[in-house]
Design a protein. Sequence first.
Length: 664
Amino acid sequence: MGFDQCASVLVGHAFETDHFALWEGFYCRYNPYASEKGPDELRARMRSQAREKPELLRIWSKHEWNVQLSNARDRASWRRSHRKYERREAAQKEQTRDYFRNNRDRIASGTDWPALKWIAGNYLIEPKRLSEVFDDVADAECALRNSFEFMRPHVPTLSFLVDHSPYSLRVLHAACLAHFRHAGNLDVIDIDVLKAVKTDLGGYNGYKEGEAEEFTAALDKLIFPTIDEVEAFARTFIEPQLSRAFDAPTGVGKLRYDNAFAPVRDELAFEWLERFPDMPWHARETLFDICAKQVERAALKALIEKRCADFVRSSTASNEEAKTRDFWFLRGLFFLDTSQEEIWDRFCSDRDAIFMIEERAGRFGRGDNEGWPNLSAEKIFRILDMYVGAWPKVVLPSSYGTDDPHDETAYRFLTDVVWRIDQDSPDKSIPVFDRLLGDTRFADFHDAAKSQRASAVHKRALKDFAPPSAAEIVAMLDRNRLATVEDLRALIVEELEKLEIWVRNNETNPLTTFYPNGKRVDENTARDRIVDRLQARMTALNLNVVIERYMANQNRCDITVSAMLGGQQRLLVVEVKGQWHKELFSAASAQLHVRYSSHPDAAQQGVYLVLWFGPEVPIAGKRRPNITDPDALRDAIIEQMPRDLHHLIDVVIIDLSPKKGAEE
């Protein structure tokens, strides 16, 4: 029982037994800063109880009045302190104005250190404040430009700036910017000054739009005339910072985001990852992301494997070591094709470890993962297998963010990551989909798995597809030649539809050939009549039609149409069934797809041809009053076909039923 429930029970007991002291002990004032907005149930209950008993009402009113008095005192105290602060600020501003008025000449010469500090800070951060002491901002810039000689003894070296950030650096930065605005270049500034200022770039509001880029370009042109100078700067200023404490900040971000370091970025990032295994963790993440995008993948995998193996062989003793281990184990999970079982054991042993994976593969992590490989279908299955029981289903609101409760974040990740199984190749994703669909633990993900599996099957069927060349397209349009297996399938469907029109409407009444002596023919005879009609058309198109062709395992396909497409032998299989056949609704999958379209030349595609002789004839061995025409039969067959086959197999119904009134 939680605290709120216990409090509610005790308050109820105190109310019933007139235990006023106990009841008073649970009084709580209104909290406007509570994380959950809305009425407080305990306060609402106690307020209601107070109205029923005078003694409780007296207690409640006393506390509420004391709260109001306390709030009033707090507001009065804040107003007094605020007025005091405003008076102090005004006095300080007046004191600063007096100082600048009394020392105008020395300030203008650039030799007054307190004034230079004040000017430089506001010049770079809050330029509007310069008007508090200067009628013209140009006077402030003049003081900065004149300060170079005064500041010469105080120019810090790169080695000194590794561990220190003197205020003289900001003054030099402001002076260089003032000179750049005045002269349009930095040519006369000492190189040591420019190198120091390079370490201080970024994060200042005093630059105008586009000015920071121009200033940086002018500075880089002078301090980095060669790639050797770029590397020397990085090794002098950034590299020593990699030996700092585990949580210390570093300047590694310059290597990643500053284009001046682009020529040496990849080489140094990988070298430092190897040389400094105990570097600050922020720096390690930055360097690794650089390597993930640019460094040769084989070398990066070898480093990941080595670091993971080191932690497998040793036991971690501190939080820092554990965090470093998890850093490399996470990358081992993503980058290594066959991750060590110790890596999976780490993620399996702690249900909260899902958030490490979610941080990189979840909705909010994808934009930062350039260069990271997608999780394979098998890895996604293992993730689901590890966490589906640890993080059961919860109701997910339509809105989400980084501050969501852990159970929502974890379950949302599981529902999202399922949709990425299809990113893997069909040969790898389809077996994973089958395992998901066969496991009741993943019932909540079955709809997503079914949808993606159908897409993967379609993708597998088209894996050998190559778009026709321009010459093949011209040949198809000009000489009616076929270019792809899809063209062949579409042609057969079109010819069968034309055949039905001919059978039912030609003046020679060819429909009678399907009813010798007034009785309908059997399935094979009807098939032969159809092939007789198709043969001439197929021969004209250089296509070969074969009846009862032998396939694998001594199976025989009713009709096959073969052609040379793109220099390869291609085969389209056609299965024929009369409407009365007991396997009418299963043949498209069990027979046509499994036995015939799996032929290496068939591209997993085919045509299922069904012969319709009228509603009086049984359908799959039964009378079905809901199926009275060919369209209804076609819909019923497609509905029972696996969705995987809808894009691979065309269902064609040829209407061979007697014409109405023919007997007359």
